[in-house]
Design a protein. Sequence first.
Length: 630
Amino acid sequence: MISPEGGPVDEAEESATTGSAATQVLRRIFGYDTFREGQGEIIEHVVDGGDALVLMPTGGGKSLCYQIPSLVRPGVGVVISPLIALMQDQVDALTALGVRAGFLNSTQGIDERQAVEACFVAGEIDLLYLAPERLRVESTLRLLDRGKISLFAIDEAHCVAQWGHDFRPDYLALSTLHERWPEVPRVALTATATPATHAEIASRLNLENARHFVASFDRPNIQYRIVPKNEPKRQLLDLLRNEHRGDAGIVYCLSRSSVEKIADFLTQNDIPALPYHAGLDAGTRAANQSRFLREDGLVMVATIAFGMGIDKPDVRFVAHLDLPKSVEGYYQETGRAGRDGLPSTAWLAYGLQDVVQQRRLIETSEGDDTHRRRLGTHLDAMLALCETIDCRRVRLLDYFGQRARPCGNCDTCLTPPESWDGTIPAQKLLSTVFRLHRERRQKFGAGQVVDILLGRKTDKVLQHDHASLTVFGIGTDLREAEWRGIVRQLLAQGLLTVEGDYGTLVLTDASADVLRGQRQVLFRREPERKPKPSAKSTAKSAATSTTPRTAPTAADLSPAALATFERLRTWRATTAKEQGVPAYVIFHDSTLREIATRTPTSLTELSQINGIGENKLTKYGQPVLDVLHS
Ligand code: ADP
Ligand code: ZN
């Protein structure tokens, strides 16, 4: 349960506070039975005119927290969002619910803009979406003065955090909203929530006196898995073919060129994939994003330029082929999976090269030492997550200052890795680095160091006369892959570091303790067996461990229901195409699954299903019954 300061709230108390106009809107317009964790309280507080800072994970249900108060309070809710490319879809989704909404941004022609402005002034819309830069323009401020504003919603509020990964200078100006409109409540929302970011948002937006709502950051339906990177392309292909055939998903890569390569590779292997990165022209980016949102089963291969605000509910997996720079970024990216609450996978492949590359990027990054240290701290936390032998979810939530019990739905819970005492191999490796430097005044990358340990007489080894070193060949008890794993883990533990353009290995202050035998080194042994494939089979146990989401999962569908579900999906795809909206704007998968399971025979029965409000019942009710009973 959510509470202003994270403590538990009584169940009865929550339902008592939400029995109002807000609940009616929830049922009638949105077609949902109950509020999700926290929504009821936040909505009540904002409806009453209070300011709020809402920290909720991606997919937690933030939109309702300002949409419902906008509908209940007199006036128009003004939503500040940095995501111009998604405003049309957001407005379309509201229109499909029968909610009157509009947006103002640079993509519009003058006629369209004037029409929206007139609706705003006349109070003929309930929600108005605005890009933050609009508020720098005096004419926008004057326009807002002419209408009645019910609330300001500041979406993606972490964009105000200057050290964050999504900083937008225009957000800084939002702190002045309450000076001009002191009586209008403000609700700021974000899914990025380390204690430091939380504090920065509050202070920059002048929300110290607002009520702060911190939801649980757990996303129980997402199965977290981090695997050693061996042959990344083949590993990715296995994941997609064996567990996510036909599913929509996102594959994140670090560079533009790897995005292009992986998208081509998937396409060649009959997996429909599109690229997305900042190097593509705006038209191609918009077209690819639009196809991803509208079509079923597409894979988006992208840099982190892609994803903020993408509220496609049925993203079934998020795969990372390169190491993310921070846990915060990683959690936000993986959170794009499974917004609909159905089982989903977050999968990351990571190897030695990632560590070397990231350390080098930090070393050569612009900015002062403090900045570099901060980047280093972020990376260390990410590495600790990768190398942990404990539950990944416990680690992730701990990063956000929240406690959890082992989840039963991550790789380390499903197939616990062991730790082993690697002090001796660590000493061998560190002393090789030490001797190269001490006796030869040379520094080398991991490849050569491992060659020396394995006693390989490669051209380079012979050229530098490494075979005469006392450490030459002292590591033949382990295989090359194991040595690379050791280098990776030493780097992750800060017992070794890299330097320069070639990623040469150097000792750290802490290495000396290991060499002197004063410090034990524990390594993670990769489990032999792969974790049980598919979140699908484990969804039930995950759902019982925390708040269950109501939708039945694929595993629950009988063959007959599955066939009906597929027929409904085909109907949905055709209808979406005709209306030019994303399929999920019509109905979510979770709603279609529930229809397929319950097979309602009348409009009244249909109206009981989650996700079917009045407007959708009127519009799509009969066609759905026709599909069911034809
Ligand atoms: P966020 O903005 O926090 O990432 P959204 O507002 O997009 O999350 O909500 C995530 C999904 O959950 C959406 O598909 C939304 O329709 C659904 N949802 C939100 N609140 C409820 C609720 N009370 N009952 C059922 N589904 C909900
Ligand atoms: Zn776990």
